[in-house]
Design a protein around this ligand. Structure first.
Ligand code: NAD
Ligand code: MG
Length: 390
């Protein structure tokens, strides 16, 4: 091994972020080495990735374990399964950095395990900070671990803060494309289908975050994520609709100056920035063409039609396990919508019901977060059967 190689564990390597991370590795084999790859169901892609990148270990969901083990048996690649294995592989001595790109609450434990072992984190899994931001950020502080944001808005804020760490942030603006239903009213939303909601205008992403973008819950989760990453209060975080997705977010300093980070909507850039920070590594990503974007426009978010943003602010203000409840209810609501069990406009209603039903804990332990997640899922599941109409 060359001493300059950064050895990475990619959690969720078969997903949208995971695959784009491997594209970056392919272009930087002199700087990056893959130590761990993990996936839940997509065994064939995981095997293909393992054969191409020859990691030390892979972890796969239980149903696909025997299949992957057999396929890789002639290779020097360890194959594991289960949530505990995920927590163990990230702690291996040969791992320098963990790219956390599992979707949802399922990514929480392995990220905590990586922080406990002192590994640098490139964080795509925003749900980790939404669910347990206080616990995760204080553990990272205690262990001297840096969490580098991969989410494009948070990467933008982080890039704007380079050289400004001692300057006070007045507020930040998180930009949002507005998703496929920007400008539509509630009546329209009551008729939309799964196929409509899965068509994002600017980004190609996994199914869960694509639906979150259509309901605007993605921006809600990002408000909470930004609060933890940058130590901001809810009133210091604003959302602005910017349909072209060229300005990825902005910081307003106490002198009133605004700094923005711009570029084409391509997740490879924020992923690469997180992997190599503080260095900017040369890339062949497509460059911005001003002539193709003669105008960049901005609108206020329509929080009456898209209540998810208000629900996220409410959860953030209440704190404790409330964002965890919001997240769990949203995960159930999104998967129920994708299974044709509830309609699009029922998603935020279901989240709101769960936030009112599950008991609030002001300073939860990790176990209490796990219990709140389970309880909120149970309540949400029972509600999907009853159908929410209020
Ligand atoms: P995806 O659905 O495309 O991929 C998810 C990955 O996680 C897959 O490899 C899957 O096998 C794995 N996974 C799913 N459930 C799992 C479980 N229970 N246990 C272990 N592994 C599991 O998702 P994505 O779009 O790549 O998003 C990943 C994370 O990154 C999400 O938290 C998302 O919010 C965040 N993110 C994604 C984008 C994007 O452009 N896709 C942008 C910003 C942030
Ligand atoms: Mg984002």
């Amino acid at each position: 091994m060359k001493p300059t190689l950064k050895r990475i564990a990619i959690l969720g390597s078969t997903g949208s972020i995971g695959q784009q991370t491997l594209d970056i590795v392919r272009a930087n084999t002199d700087k990056l080495q893959v130590e761990v790859l993990t996936a839940q169901n997509n065994a064939d892609l995981l095997i293909e990735q393992a054969l191409a990148f020859e990691p030390n270990a892979v972890v796969v969901g239980e149903e696909k374990y025997a299949y992957v083990k057999e396929a890789l048996q002639k290779h020097d690649i360890k194959v594991y399964t289960g949530a505990d294995a995920l927590c163990q592989v990230v702690q291996m001595e040969t791992v320098d950095m963990v790219l956390a790109a599992i979707v949802g609450f399922a990514g929480l434990r392995s990220t905590i395990a990586a922080i406990e072992a002192g590994k640098s984190i490139a964080l795509a899994n925003k749900e980790t900070l939404v669910v347990a931001g206080e616990l995760v950020t204080s553990l990272a502080k205690e262990k001297g671990v840096n969490i580098y944001p991969v989410d494009s808005e948070h990467s933008a804020i982080f890039q704007c803060l380079a050289g400004e760490f001692h300057n006070k942030i007045e507020k930040i603006y998180l930009t949002a494309s507005g998703g496929p239903f920007r400008g539509k009213d509630s009546k329209f939303l009551s008729t939309v289908t799964k196929a409509d909601a899965l068509k994002h205008p600017n980004w190609s992403m996994g199914a869960k975050i694509t639906i979150d973008s259509a309901t605007m819950m993605n921006k809600g989760l990002e408000i909470i994520e930004a609060g933890w990453l940058f130590g901001l209060k809810p009133e210091q975080i604003d959302v602005i609709i910017h349909p072209q997705s060229i300005i990825h977010s902005l910081v307003q300093f106490q002198d009133g100056s605004l700094k923005a980070q711009m570029g084409l909507p391509d997740m490879k850039l924020p992923i690469q920035y997180a992997l190599f920070y503080p260095q900017r590594v040369a890339s062949s990503f497509k460059r911005f063409d001003f002539a193709a974007y003669p105008s960049l426009t901005f609108e206020k978010a329509d929080t009456a039609t898209f209540p998810s943003i208000s629900l996220a602010y409410e959860a953030m203000r209440k704190g404790g396990n409330m964002p965890c409840i919001l997240n769990a209810a949203n995960e159930i609501a999104v998967s129920s919508f994708l299974n044709d069990e509830i309609g699009f406009i029922e998603i935020p209603k279901l989240v709101e019901h769960c936030m009112n039903k599950v008991s609030h804990i002001t300073k939860p332990t990790l176990q209490q977060y796990i219990d709140s997640d389970a309880e909120a899922r149970k309540v949400a599941q029972s509600l999907t059967k009853k159908k929410i109409h209020s």
